[in-house]
Design a protein around this ligand. Structure first.
Ligand code: NAD
Ligand code: DAU
Length: 347
């Protein structure tokens, strides 16, 4: 079994690669990653010498490169995670999201179609997507797989577009595909531009915690290792042509989450309770900020038997412990370009 995992040096991808390399020694795992600012081979240092692990540096938006790759290798499964993933960056530079998320995905679909010919036996193109394609919810209701698409940021529009292409290749060419749409992940190796790792880093350094708007925006949070387990389940048992929503059954308003994070961090850092909450600073809102996401994950739970394994507080404690035990990782990714990014976004 040859499995191509794209974006395997990123946050979620690195947990997926590690899980597959360790759990399936008879599979050959190929990690294709362009190593953008978000990709970090240090995330995989513990498995880099495993005999069934192979790293390939390359850009999925480079059509020639992808065509050549699929001429050379016949992969049995492609698990596609490579993407530009940060909403705030998509507001500043939408085109790089079109290139990687839309064109990159179509390049991979073409690669599979050409290399598999007409024989799709035991083949799979598994596209990892987001709940943001469904748009924003009001006070009530949950996203199900039947919700119509209503993306509202350049990031979610590019992900929605890639989902449409994946379904179109299934309908038009019969390509064996499956899609999952997941809620907000958190956990080790998360780049500190997203809410939880950014705030952990700022609490450690006693910097302000920039909460957008009134902080009453709501997200559903899932521990990243539980997402990796769900991806393993779907890669092996998902039904071709289906979509599965993945979520944590775990909705939090940003401000409540930030307060909990502050209290847990005070405890871990032996600071007086309330110290970190003083760093909370309300700032100008994100344009087009989606009010609420909430996932109905009952289909994957009922049909494939997957459910989250840790509670939110357990997951947050594990996450905080990881960041406090890995200061070199944090230091490495927050030096250089990161400082410029931070100034541009938050000054
Ligand atoms: P990430 O930004 O941490 O990692 C993305 C990885 O893709 C990086 O290693 C980067 O180097 C690589 N990459 C970017 N552009 C590339 C290109 N042109 N060619 C090859 N590699 C490229 O992202 P993440 O948070 O791990 O998200 C992974 C996937 O899961 C994405 O498709 C994202 O849309 C989806 N997703 C993320 C979340 C979340 O909460 N993080 C939730 C649901 C879905
Ligand atoms: O829902 C799944 C999506 O979750 C993924 O598809 C995306 O790749 C991932 O980045 C994430 O998107 P969000 O925009 O929800 O995540 P982010 O961590 O950027 O923001 C979470 C919430 O916190 C959101 O309401 C905005 C708010 N926020 C974020 C940052 C970075 C702040 O209040 N301040 C901040 O500095």
């Amino acid at each position: 079994m040859k499995i191509l995992i794209t974006g395997g040096a990123g946050f979620i991808g690195s947990h997926v690669v590690r899980r597959f390399v360790n759990a399936y020694p008879s599979y050959d795992i190929y990690n294709l990653d362009a190593l953008t600012y978000a990709g970090n081979l240090g995330n995989l240092s513990d498995i880099e010498k495993a005999p069934n692990y192979h790293f390939m540096k390359g850009d999925i938006a480079d059509q020639k490169f992808i065509d050549h790759l699929f001429d050379e290798y016949v992969f049995d499964k492609v698990i596609h995670l490579a993407a530009e993933s940060h909403v705030d960056r998509s507001i500043k530079d939408p085109m790089s999201f079109v290139k990687t998320n839309v064109m990159g995905t179509v390049n991979l679909l073409n690669g599979c179609k050409n290399s598999w010919g007409k024989d799709y036996t035991n083949k799979l193109f598994y596209h990892i997507s987001t709940d943001e394609v469904y748009g924003s919810l009001g006070e009530d209701g949950l996203f199900t797989e039947e919700n119509s698409y209503d993306p509202r940021s350049p990031y979610s529009a590019s992900k929605a577009s890639s989902d449409h292409f994946v379904r179109a290749y299934h309908e038009t060419y019969g390509l064996p595909v499956v899609i999952t749409n997941c809620s907000n992940n958190y956990g080790p190796n998360h780049f500190p531009e997203k809410l939880i790792p950014l705030f952990i880093n700022n609490i450690i350094k006693e910097n302000p915690l920039p909460v957008y708007g009134d902080g009453k925006y709501t997200r559903d949070w899932l521990y990243v290792l539980d997402h990796a387990a769900a991806i393993d389940t779907v890669a092996h048992n998902g039904k071709i042509g289906e979509t599965y929503n993945i979520g944590g059954f775990n909705e939090w308003r940003n401000i409540d989450l930030v307060r909990l994070l502050c209290d847990l961090m005070d405890e871990k850092l032996s600071r007086k309770r309330g110290t970190s909450q003083k760093l909370i600073t309300f700032i100008k809102d994100r344009p087009g900020h989606d009010k609420r996401y909430a996932i109905d994950a009952s289909k994957i739970a009922g049909e494939l038997g997957w459910k989250p394994s840790v509670t939110f507080e357990e997951g947050l404690r594990l996450t905080i412990d990881w960041y406090l035990s890995n200061p070199a990782w944090l230091e490495n990714v927050t030096s250089g370009n990161y400082l410029e990014y931070y100034k541009k976004m938050y000054s």
